[in-house]
Write a protein that binds this ligand. Sequence first.
Ligand SMILES: [Zn+2]
Length: 382
Amino acid sequence: MKPGTKTIERHRLPASSMGNARTLKVIRYGDRSSGRKAYIQTGLHADEPPGYLVMHHLIDLLDQADAANKITGEIVLVPVANPIGVAQWRDDTLLGRFDAYNGVNFNRRHWNITDPVVEKIKGKLARKAGKNIALIRKAMGEVIDASKPVEEADYLKHLLLSFSHDADIVLDLHCDLEAVLHVYMGTPLWPAASDLSAQLGAEATLLARVSGEYPFDEACSRIWWDLAEKFPAYPIPPACLAATVELRGTTDVSHELGAKDAKNLFLFLQRRGLIQGRAPAVPPLINTATSLRGVEHVKAVTPGVLVFLKKPGQSVKKGDTILEIINPLENKSKKRITRVKSRTDGILISTVLDRYARPGRILAKVAGKESLKDKGDNLLTL
Ligand SMILES: [Zn+2]
């Protein structure tokens, strides 16, 4: 392999309005035949800026490694994964989370291809896990290639899955509102993937077999345990470590943090054998993973202005006051204050960025140790 394996592709999305076709840029490094592939994208929620800066620093690191002929696996980057959302400006604000056409969250309703893959692999599975991985990846590719959605956002989701479905590692970079770094992934991936959380310095890792509404990481990873359940006689491992990485909060954008996160992703890929060289020992994990069913959504019960008494990263005990909602229209001083308490022991991982309460609005999330009994099937926020 000669030094300099980097290639750049530009994919055209179908125009949803006359004369307005958008393009998606994909950067590839390394050797496609190496048998090890990592895929990293950012900005599926286009209004979440930290990932774009991490990409800037990661591209620099990978360009240097590539020039030194050190990239031994295939590494695919999509630095701006949602050209539709990133154009959604309204009243001086970038709104890139929901498709303005139909209100659908860009990180929900990704494509579940399990059923058509089942049809293709029935009767062909082997006793060796490696053979089954290759068979399933080939079937996934065929199912994806056989479809061409006409609607722009569906086409985008299809395109992103076509780049990522056969990867061993898929990282979808996001951020929360005001938050510490935390990671979402499938329960069957833990603890094998704990090196990712440890290297990134994640303060929480939230696990679910099914999180509801099919986010992008689940489109890549869940098919493996769904197939293992459908074909219990054959070895089908969770062959895709897909994770959603929440790079703190919306305003946590600095070269210091961006460079640190990019370096940590680089070291993770190096340790996983995609880049030559010895990565240092995995740093200690800050907190072990907990169930996504244990995340308490702390909600407003009355309108008012918010005063947080706890900050993201702090431990809370059941009954601790996390925030107060103040309504100055109440006559008595005491009545103006509504205290909102934690229902669980855990870590406060995120809060809203503005300071307004509207009854029913989720104001904060606590990663609790125990599953909450009243959790429905959809474990994700809007
Ligand atoms: Zn997001």
